[in-house]
Design a protein around this ligand. Sequence first.
Ligand SMILES: [Zn+2]
Ligand SMILES: [Zn+2]
Length: 351
Amino acid sequence: MNTMRAVVWEGPQRLRLATLPRPALLAPDDVLLRVTHASTCGTDLHIYRGAVPGFEPGTVIGHEFVGVVAAAGPAVKSLRPGLRAACADFIACGECESCAAGRHAQCAERRLFGFSGLQPRLDGGLAEYVRVPRADVALTPLADSADSRFGLLSGDVMPTALGALQRLALAPGERLAVVGAGPVGVLTSWLAARRGAEVLLLEANPARAARARSGGLAVAEIAVGQPLSDAAPGLAGMFDAAVDAVGGETGLKTALAALRPRGRLVGAGSQAGRFELDWGALMQREIALQFVIGDPIGLRGEVAAAMADCEPALDLMFSDRLRLDEVPDYFAALYRRERFKALVCVAEERT
Ligand SMILES: [Zn+2]
Ligand SMILES: [Zn+2]
């Protein structure tokens, strides 16, 4: 039968394993990918709790997935059926000025997989099959020997971590604070430490702090919702650079408070709303503030080059191994921050 199982969003905190028609190729440059592995992500939690305006019930979620090409449109150049491939978490046109300059995250046609409402709906990869438009741009062939977990991280978490570090351009020995020991914070810290920075992770959740420590990372536990100067006075103003891997007001303000004068900050955690900052203080301290959206397409070469560095961290990056039908319940635990990140085994590599 031409059906598939997929995890769909039905409303706030309601996910369901649904049986849907298998997607068809709609454009000559589409690929139909048979998903073998997918992963959960903190970004999915905004969708899960119903925080995305206009998000359509029935949207298949999931933007981190790898698989095998099941069918390719006639205009697809780099992929053929049977080839293993990792997918970027978004699609881009590949032709505009932004794409030509390697800034695919700024393409006007950028659409995140597993997302709707703020963009035209693009069904995601927590499913047995996914249609990948602009396949030559979004998909990267994955060697048969490559760990699928590396392919999954290469779609979002790695380019976010690498993009943040690229913007900070840390000199050896510089002190970096990373706020939040979720997947992005942990991988950012891991890669920065390997590149010679002195890194401290700041985390409020004891289980997450312990998990990061078990991977050999230095972690300071901080109190939630308190200014850093009160929560951990010894850490305020101590760092040359900071990455906010939490987002929102708390994450950004904690990271700013960690910086010394002329410190530099990259916001990698998602920002959606509005809040006030003390701009006068930021100016007096000459703080540099930047944001990053992970660009798995623009940073494809950097991601591939960082594979060896990333390998020893793979066990640390995935806390659980699930089947597709276990995903809806897993999200409830992920939402309570009781879990970290799941490797979802959707199908065998070869069938
Ligand atoms: Zn993600
Ligand atoms: Zn473009």
